[in-house]
Design a protein around this ligand. Structure first.
Ligand SMILES: [Ca+2]
Length: 319
């Protein structure tokens, strides 16, 4: 009798446990419908998006729209490469060989296929440039997020350099001269260096900083799958670690992999940051004809409302 009672008790507990996910799922369903209508609203009402996202693409988009404090006056630039003709040049500066493509789809839509030919350094052809809507200066910040797909056949090998120019933020002096790039690069395949990425701020006192460890490469620089990269820069000539405001952070698939508080993102206090350079130059010439893919670029000077698990503001994956 006691046993029977216990069995009945367990049956109630198991039944309750089964009920929880059902209730949870139905809430989730309302939530996603809500998000999807929000995305459609925002893509049809903003002209900051260069191409309007078709509703079907929005429903399967990998994350919601970034959210910001409503009174944030910063700018937002987005590229989803959904509106265009396959094979045509995408809307990126200095990206002559970057084309709309269905080859590898992130969300059922097109992506930017970025190609380079064997032996070429390819400035003007390889990757692309996105200008900031307005220059950023000391105390300003920028967040840049995108998805990238690198086929396993793609060779990262840069004779004479050791790493491939990847995410670069151009800075200039108040007089309009080159102020040195914030330059995040991918370590060459089989480099022998214990890093996956490395960073340098060009200019006086320039030095390399290693990012992550070589044994994390398959996770932080994977092949044959889409992964998400995000960086945040706070602009100053004095590092946060020295009492200034400068930092460079990097996330892969929403995980913080570098919190660079000891870097100076500007060389002089009155320098300006003006543009994102994605790839754009292959040191020493590419080893073969090859392509990779980029999609869903978000670049903003507004402070995202979302935070990572350590409390740092980031775009991440808004719900
Ligand atoms: Ca797309």
């Amino acid at each position: 009798m006691i046993l029977f009672h216990r069995a009945g008790h367990w049956a109630i507990i198991i039944f309750s446990l089964l009920l929880v996910p059902i209730v949870f799922n139905s809430c989730g369903g309302y939530e996603s419908a809500d998000i999807s209508s929000k995305i459609q609203e925002s893509s049809s009402s903003t002209n900051e998006t260069d191409q309007t996202t078709p509703p079907s693409g929005s429903e399967t988009a990998p994350s919601g729209e970034p959210e910001f404090s409503p009174d944030d006056q910063g700018w937002l630039v987005q590229r989803n490469f959904n509106q265009g003709t396959e094979g045509e040049k995408v809307e990126l500066g200095a990206g002559g060989s970057s084309r709309y493509s269905y080859d590898v789809s992130l969300d059922g839509s097109m992506a930017a296929k970025m190609s380079i030919r064997a032996g070429e350094t390819a400035f003007g052809q390889w990757g692309g440039i996105l200008n900031f809507d307005s220059p950023l200066t000391q105390g300003d910040k920028v967040w840049i997020q995108f998805y990238i797909y690198i086929p396993s056949s793609f060779i990262i090998e840069t004779p004479t350099n050791g790493s491939l120019k990847f995410i670069r933020i151009r800075t200039q002096t108040s007089g309009g001269q080159n102020g040195g790039y914030n330059d995040l690069q991918m370590m060459d395949d089989n480099t022998g260096s214990n890093a996956v990425y490395r960073y340098i701020k060009e200019g006086p006192g320039a030095r390399w900083t290693s990012v992550a460890q070589a044994n994390q490469r398959s996770m932080l620089l994977p092949r044959d799958r889409w992964f998400k990269v995000e960086v945040a820069l706070s602009f100053d000539n004095v590092p946060t670690s020295d009492g200034g405001k400068s930092y460079f952070r990097m996330w892969v698939d929403d995980n913080l992999i570098w919190n660079g508080l000891d870097v100076n993102t500007l060389s002089r206090p009155d320098d300006l940051a003006t543009a994102l350079y994605l790839f754009t130059y292959w040191n020493g010439g590419a080893p073969q004809d090859q392509s990779l893919y980029i999609d869903n670029i978000i670049m903003t000077s507004k402070v995202p409302s979302n935070t990572d698990n350590q409390g740092h503001a980031f775009i991440g994956s808004p719900q």
